[in-house]
Design a protein around this ligand. Structure first.
Ligand SMILES: [Zn+2]
Length: 250
């Protein structure tokens, strides 16, 4: 029974819907079962349904492809800024310093420049990833979240558009033993109870070494000493902050 029917279908061009009357209803999945096709308006003539649905689908695909390509083209020409976190150690926080940083950036392709040759090593993008070492001067007194700008060290711009910048967001180390507020530092000074009663001089450790602190007679817990200029360098300004020490007798 099977061979003659197959031959008959092929001779008629094997339209999917045309074969429907001979087949059990569940033999083949119909286009209307697809969610994508259901969104498209249906033509009245069911005989052409398959062709219409596929046409709509490919048209949408083409539109989307063209739109994506246009968007990528516009976005990719401009150089983009890059933001990186830069940890700052205690020594650099106190005195400032020069740091070398290894970065990977999208530089202009040296072979095709702005041409975007599809056969180029950059696959027509116009940029290649390069590993670079940049040197950056980190001023003293780095504030958390402050940004250093390295002009032109972001993503390369194409077709004459400027390169993006690299922004380094500073993340300074805490100052051990002290709480920081801007350039000011806050800590605790332990004073022996006898020395606190009689008064005397103490050597106190501060971020840049030690200083001598005179403890007046009768000093009690909670008294605050202010050591001017013993805090951190003022970020973007002159001089140093102060160091505050709260007495705790023991
Ligand atoms: Zn290239």
């Amino acid at each position: 029974m099977a061979p003659p029917r197959r031959r008959r279908r092929s001779s008629r061009g094997a339209g999917r819907d045309d074969a429907g009357s001979d087949e059990p209803p569940t033999a083949e999945p119909r286009p209307q079962a697809e969610p994508d096709a259901a969104a498209e308006p249906r033509p009245a003539a069911t005989g052409h349904r398959t062709a219409e649905v596929e046409g709509g689908f490919f048209q949408r695909l083409k539109r989307r492809f063209v739109a994506d390509r246009a968007r990528v083209k516009v976005a990719s020409l401009a150089g983009e800024d890059v933001v990186l976190r830069l940890p700052v150690d205690a020594a650099t926080l106190l005195a400032g310093g020069s740091r070398k940083i290894a970065i990977t950036r999208a530089a202009a392709c040296p072979c095709c420049q702005d041409g975007g040759d599809p056969d180029c090593v950059c696959s027509g993008v116009g940029r290649v990833k390069v590993r670079e070492t940049v040197r950056v001067a980190v001023p003293a007194g780095a504030r958390s979240g402050a940004r250093l700008r390295l002009a032109g060290k972001g993503t390369a711009g194409l077709c004459g558009l400027p390169d993006g910048d690299l922004f380094l967001v500073l993340d300074p180390a805490p100052v051990e033993g002290f709480r920081r507020e801007g350039a000011d530092l806050f800590g605790v000074i332990d004073v022996d109870a006898r020395l606190a009663r009689a008064g005397g001089v103490l050597q106190v450790r501060v971020p840049r070494g030690t200083v001598r602190v005179t403890v007046p007679a009768g000093t009690k817990t909670g008294r605050r000493f202010r050591l001017r200029g013993q805090g951190l360098p003022v970020w973007g300004g002159q001089g140093n902050g102060d160091l505050f020490l709260d007495v705790e007798t023991c």
